[in-house]
Design a protein around this ligand. Sequence first.
Ligand code: NAD
Length: 503
Amino acid sequence: MQATATHGSAMATMDVRNLVNGRFTERQGAALDVIDPAAQVRVGSCPDSTAREVAEAVDAAHRASTAWARTPVADRAAALRRLADRIEADLDLFARTEAIDTGKPIALARTVDMPRAISNFRFFADLAEEAGGPLAPHALHGAGFTSAIARRPLGVAACIAPWNLPLYLLTWKLAPALAAGCTVVGKPSEVTPLTAHLLAERALDCGFPAGALNIVHGRGPVAGQALVTDPRVACITFTGGTATGEAIARAAAPRFVRMALELGGKNAAIVLADACTPDRIGATADGLMRALFSNQGQVCHCAERVLVERSGMDALVEALSSRIAALRIGDPLDESTQFGSLISASHRGKVESAIAAARAEGAQVICGGTRPDAASLPERVRAGAFLRPTLMTGLPAGCRTDQEEIFGPVATIAPFDTDNEAIARANSTRFGLSATVWSCDCTRAARIADALVCGTVWINGWMARDLRAPIGGVRASGLGREGGSEALHFFAEPHVVVTPDAG
Ligand code: NAD
């Protein structure tokens, strides 16, 4: 593990406000502190919105919904493109703010989070406008009558996002909702509200009429709960933890409101022996490092269970260990940092408890498992919520550690002897979000991928994303799909008029 240099001062504190009906509102309730987890300093405040403040935002969205639905799709798309341009113009500010708010390396925010937020808006602007695309009216002819199919925007969309990829995932919801003609009440995570506020500031002069895009901040059980139970909300798209998804589903079920839930995972990486030969091990280990530890392991698609064909185990353990030791852990604001802080000291505590529980189940820690030496870190971030990337082995199939999502830089590695054993173990949790398979035997890898019960399988890679492809989970990993036409269809209700053919 190498420590990177100290970075200079971080930023002025930010006073986050709700965006309601085209203007920033005065706080009605208390404020929540926003903490830079790497420096453990307060960097801003955000409204701890009350149910009344949420109701005002829903009211604004509801009043704006008819006009926004009737706004020509070309005009809606133009507003989305203007907003994308505004993020791009201020990309450095957005990336730096996201790094401060989350503890993620600024290089990651600049090269992944922000470019993706920009392309979310541009992609859905293009897709909504496409002639013959997912929103285009069309007709089915046959048997003496014609069925004319139109897709009507649902109305007010509640878009609730988590803290791990704050702007990336919030815009992944806002963009298709607005493109499809829904008005929106967005609720970013109270842990990471800063880039949503920068977005709201820039949205003011992009051509969205008052009320089309509203953003309310606050805690889940108060502001989030008020949003998902408001009778004027027509659909809910939520990304976050499985327990929260269940609470939202229960709260919204009596209204039969349309829902998409993107939840947790316990993703497996299946590594075949041919990916561990001397000529292949470098590429395999490099790819796996991204899959295991990107964003400090706080990506829902990160792998937490490595299953490796027995003859490749030693080579893979050695290759991963040397890469973990070389990873540059340091100040998220340093461009050369590869591995930053966890989202908070309390989340680090939960991850450390999971490591302790794994040890109690018999795990041997191969590397990591502890905090880095404070002295190895730059002074600005010595009190930060850092935890070394951790690899453990020696756990039996079915152990608790391999059943529950940790959502941190912690993975287990275990050998397997047959493909069926690997498949059974990969499928043996209640989750089903994604998986990876590593092999140069395309047929064998494809056969394994086909047998995995989850939404996405990446072969010899991780997180390669064509935004037209549906993404989401099965079982406790979620309900519904985001991406491409699935997302635009989610926000629109098909309406069919059947007419007899003339003659
Ligand atoms: P979380 O469930 O605690 O919070 C997510 C959002 O829901 C926040 O905005 C929060 O304020 C809100 N919320 C909390 N309780 C609510 C309630 N009762 N009603 C309405 N809203 C409520 O999740 P988190 O800790 O922010 O994020 C980490 C989790 O998100 C992990 O489990 C991770 O796997 C999951 N995640 C999933 C995906 C995916 O695409 N499947 C992507 C990223 C993160």
